[in-house]
Design a protein around this ligand. Structure first.
Ligand SMILES: [Fe+2]
Length: 245
């Protein structure tokens, strides 16, 4: 039975670098659902100067795709969030309490520039936690600073959830990203994972990433990373960093 929760996906059409049209959106929802996901959160990019779809366009796309998914009889529940780039727009929204979190909650997904780790990020995440937010860091394996220094992932992980891309575990995003993602999972520094699907064919590497976790750590760990912890995160809870496996 489908039970996993996907907290990072770009299946809404024509908003960012994800799905290009409705037909592709439905294919992507089917692709992720067929891997055992019951809850699929769309997280369109919000990045100043690059992808900044308007609230009204996002809501309209979400409505349309929800209807298509319902009509097609795909037994998946859709939810809405955003992938917020760590920029001035996000900071303004944090100040205004208008950050697009998961389902309007105080849990929100963010990413930073792969080459430039913002100085003071650890302290800022701490402050956000104190203010009741749950920051979720997208694909930590992609950041050069994390690749070079794993203790950074450990420190950031005290105040934010390190959520790896499943495809990265299978090498879909490069060798260094694969090595880093695998190590984050094996060392218990990444309590959650997500599809970050951009195209229907990403299903293959997402499935391979899930198979890798199952093989290395067993079904229990996969359930923890894809079902139990994401559900906790939606309630604003920071999952326990597991003991080294
Ligand atoms: Fe993404």
């Amino acid at each position: 039975m489908a039970k996993y929760v996907d907290l990072h996906a770009h299946y809404l059409p024509a908003l960012d670098d994800g799905a290009t049209d409705r037909r592709m959106s439905l294919q992507m929802v089917r692709a992720v659902a067929s891997l055992g996901f019951s809850d699929l959160y769309a997280t369109p990019h919000q990045r100043a100067g690059m992808f900044m779809p308007a609230r009204v366009a996002i809501d309209a796309a979400f409505q349309t795709i929800s209807e298509d998914v319902e009509a097609a009889g795909v037994g998946a529940k859709l939810g809405l969030g955003a992938e917020n780039f760590w920029d001035d727009v996000l900071h303004k929204r944090l100040g205004d309490h208008t950050v697009p979190g998961y389902g309007g909650s105080k849990s929100f997904l963010f990413e930073v520039n792969p080459q430039l780790m913002p100085p003071g990020l650890e302290n800022e995440l701490f402050q956000l936690r104190v203010a009741g937010y749950l920051p979720v860091m997208a694909h930590p394996e992609r950041y050069v600073a994390v690749q070079r220094d794993f203790t950074l992932a450990e420190r950031l992980g005290r105040h934010a959830v390190m959520m790896v891309d499943l495809g990265a575990l299978d090498g879909a995003h490069g060798k260094q990203e694969m090595k880093t993602a695998r190590r984050l999972v094996l060392e218990g520094l990444a309590p959650a994972a997500a599809s970050d699907i951009h195209r229907p064919e990403d299903q293959t590497s997402v499935a391979a990433g899930m198979a890798w976790i199952r093989k290395q750590l067993g079904d229990g760990a996969l359930d923890e990373m894809l079902a139990e912890n994401p559900r906790r995160m939606l309630t604003g809870e920071l999952p326990d960093v597991p003991l080294p496996r």
